[in-house]
Design a protein around this ligand. Structure first.
Ligand code: CLR
Length: 471
């Protein structure tokens, strides 16, 4: 079941701003909320609304689609190596909107849905599980691609940082070529929970597999480490099924991806070895997040924040150097590394696969949203009458935060979460009342043999007659 494209939408200009700028968070301490959660899974923790951004996590997932045209491009290429280059560029572009995004999206309610129709794709999402929180999505383009997956974001608090592991596989299918590609997104880390400026990092390796041909793209999202040269950098290779390197891919997840041939790559690094020397010598490990030594943690938890300034933490942990080398300086604050603008990698014979759109003018007043993100909670004309009644756009708490009503948002959020708890209680022990997702079913991803949530179809028939009342 593929979609009809909607020519009529072409005229519509999506909003570039939100109705109300975000609140200043300086008077609120994330640490005071999280200090009792060290080592715990934060996936379902309730935080004050001031730390939220006016989006549901389902909408945040649809940010994967901003550069969906790259999948159409992939489908239009006749060479499987070039197709994989574009799919890889898409995989990187899909996480580009996370740059400087430090708001927490609202946890979707069980049964919440979200849809988005654009000229070149349409996508439907559903919150299919609450414990653990799992969000499933299915996007399609009539001629070119299907993109689907289910994500369980696992948040772990390590003291100084929150590490986020987006568990779950995502898949791209190119029906024209009978190909399926799969990968898992890299982890991200929010630094400086206790003191300093929050900043976000994505790091680790990502393997994109073409299951039909055995080609893979092996990408490394580099940790910022101590050298600004590596900040946001992604690099890797396209390999054939015998692991022979065919192309070199490089770029930044915030910015662009390029590809070049192996000869140009080898020559460039030979000739420019001096430029890379120090970062080769001391690249910190990518394996573990920023762990705070146990001794320091023990002190921190028994320590009362508030009257005493946060600088106390700094001197305290400085007095207690880590026993083992971690991946940072362990002095309580990791300043967000600055990008070395003078440093660039420009390899001859490169082709640009993807370039990020500039952020809109007033992005910093609006949660650092991209232009695409600005429109995700927009009620487009005529939408209300055709929309599914469980759509995220109808959530009153998100709508209130967007409109600048912080107290109203907090009250609505509490009400909705309460309502969800009551509904769960009412189902408990009742035969035949078990929760059942509507648009997705639990199944096996035939490419990876892992558990996945697969689209049942039917959403776009727009026959929304059921009595689910979650708002
Ligand atoms: C990153 C890209 C992945 C999917 C994914 C899952 C969870 C998201 C994460 C992304 C981005 C960062 C995120 C996280 C959930 C909470 C966290 C939004 C989209 C925010 C930044 C945490 C803020 C709260 C702390 C400051 C305490 O493919």
């Amino acid at each position: 079941e593929m979609c009809k494209l909607f020519g009529s939408k072409k005229q519509y200009v999506y909003r570039q701003e939100l109705p109300f700028p975000m609140f200043n968070r300086n008077d609120f301490s994330i640490w005071s909320v999280l200090k009792n959660c060290i080592g715990r899974d934060l996936s379902n923790i309730t935080m004050p609304v001031v730390f939220n951004e006016p989006l549901s996590f389902l909408q945040r997932l649809v940010e994967y689609m901003e550069y969906a045209h790259l999948l159409t491009k992939a489908s239009e290429e006749t060479d499987p190596i070039i197709r994989l280059q574009y799919v890889s560029a898409f995989a990187v572009s899909a996480v580009s909107s996370n740059w400087e995004r430090l708001g927490k999206p609202f946890n979707p309610l069980l049964g919440e849905t979200y849809e988005l129709e654009r000229d070149d794709f349409r996508v439907v999402c559903e919150q299919v599980s609450h414990h653990p929180p799992i969000s499933a999505f299915h996007a399609e383009n009539e001629h070119h691609f299907i993109f689907h997956g289910s994500i369980y974001p696992k948040l772990k608090f390590w003291g100084k940082s929150v590490e986020i592991q987006p568990k779950g596989t995502v898949s791209v299918e190119l029906p024209r070529w009978g190909e399926a590609y799969t990968w898992t997104n890299v982890n991200c880390c929010v630094h400086n929970i206790i003191v300093g400026k929050l900043w976000i990092e994505q790091y680790g390796s990502m393997e994109i597999v073409n299951h039909a041909t055995g080609h893979t793209a092996l990408l490394n999202f580099k940790p910022a480490g101590w050298f600004s040269k590596d900040l946001h950098r992604v690099e890797g290779f396209i390999l054939d099924k015998n692991k022979k390197k065919l192309n070199y891919l490089y770029g930044k997840w915030t910015d662009f991806m390029k590809v070049t041939d192996m000869t140009s790559y080898e020559e460039y690094y030979k000739e420019n070895a001096h430029k890379f020397r120090n970062s080769d010598a001391k690249t910190p490990s990518t394996e573990s997040p920023v762990h705070t030594p146990k001794k320091v943690l023990a002190k921190m938890t028994s320590f009362k924040m508030g009257s005493m300034g946060s600088s106390m933490f700094k001197s305290m942990s400085q007095a207690e150097p880590p026993e083992s080398p971690g991946n940072d300086c362990e002095d309580g604050e990791d300043p967000p590394p600055k990008c070395d603008a003078a440093f660039s990698i420009d390899i001859p014979n490169s082709v640009t696969l993807w370039e990020a759109n500039p952020r809109p003018e007033r992005t910093s007043e609006f949660y650092q949203f991209t232009s695409f993100t600005m429109s995700l909670n927009e009620l487009e004309p005529g939408m209300e009458s055709r929309m599914c009644p469980t759509d995220s756009r109808l959530r009153p708490d998100i709508r209130k935060l967007e409109a600048g009503d912080l107290d109203g948002a907090a009250a609505e959020k509490a009400r909705l979460e309460d309502k969800q708890r009551e509904a769960r209680k009412a189902r408990k022990g009742k035969k035949g009342a078990e929760w059942k997702s509507r648009w997705f079913s639990k199944g096996t991803n035939t490419n990876t043999n892992e558990e996945d949530w697969l689209y049942n179809g039917g959403y776009w028939d727009r026959n929304y007659v059921y009595d689910l009342d979650i708002f």
